[in-house]
Design a protein around this ligand. Sequence first.
Ligand code: F3S
Length: 281
Amino acid sequence: MQIIVSKYSGFCFGVKRAIDLTEKNLKKKTNIYSLGPLIHNRWVVSELSRKGLKVVKNLDRVKKGSCIIPSHGIDPSKIIPPKAGGKTISFINTTCPFVFKAQTLVKKLVNSGYEVLILGDKNHPEVKGLVGISKGKARVLGDEREAASLPAKKNKISLISQTTQSLENFIAVGSKLLGKKFREFRIFNTICKDVMERQAEARKIAKKADLILVIGGKNSANTKGLAQICRSFTKTHHIESERDLRKEWLRNVKRIGIVTGASTPGEFIGRVKRRIKEELN
Ligand code: F3S
């Protein structure tokens, strides 16, 4: 059996940066909180919790300490420390620079009078952060169907994307909106380059493999996106670790592809490969 591993594996730049910054602060400070999970991988999050990071939903009960803003950013209304109650909270911003770029664009577009449309998942923290930055003015579209039902009521519209969306979806939504004949329509491809490279490589591998294993958190948007792409070409399973692998999946399989999300530690590839070999023996 042949195993093909995507050349775009291990942490992306933004995730690695967020983990490094957090670990550096955990070494020199106490009372460090993260507003929601730092990244969408429970192994990494529990390892950081073991080192002292406390994950909280909000800062209501936090009196003092440092709060990490995760790599996918947050709604800015949450980063203003409450003044009442004598709290002293400082912030450590690990927002990925590519997410920050999308946030800056949203701000500029709203200030210039554009209706901002965001392709993405409205429940994802990155998208909630972008909507927060627009002060609730931006509208989130999940797919081309939602784009088609959008009334052409504004003269000036703009489209950006959650950094982890697929390029196909972005093009489909953009094309649908172009058909609406707005007077002015600005499109900004804010999909992360790392995500696009992972998607292109996953597509390439899925075309020649009998089975694809996509490793990554079940709550990771970019991992779910990779699984969706691979599924359109071949049999695909989204697993979180080697423990999820089933022996029966390997029956009559000659070529397995392994693809990982941007928040999956590189060592998980070796663990999955070892488990495949054990199951075949
Ligand atoms: Fe940043 Fe792209 Fe990773 S947006 S967090 S480098 S997936």
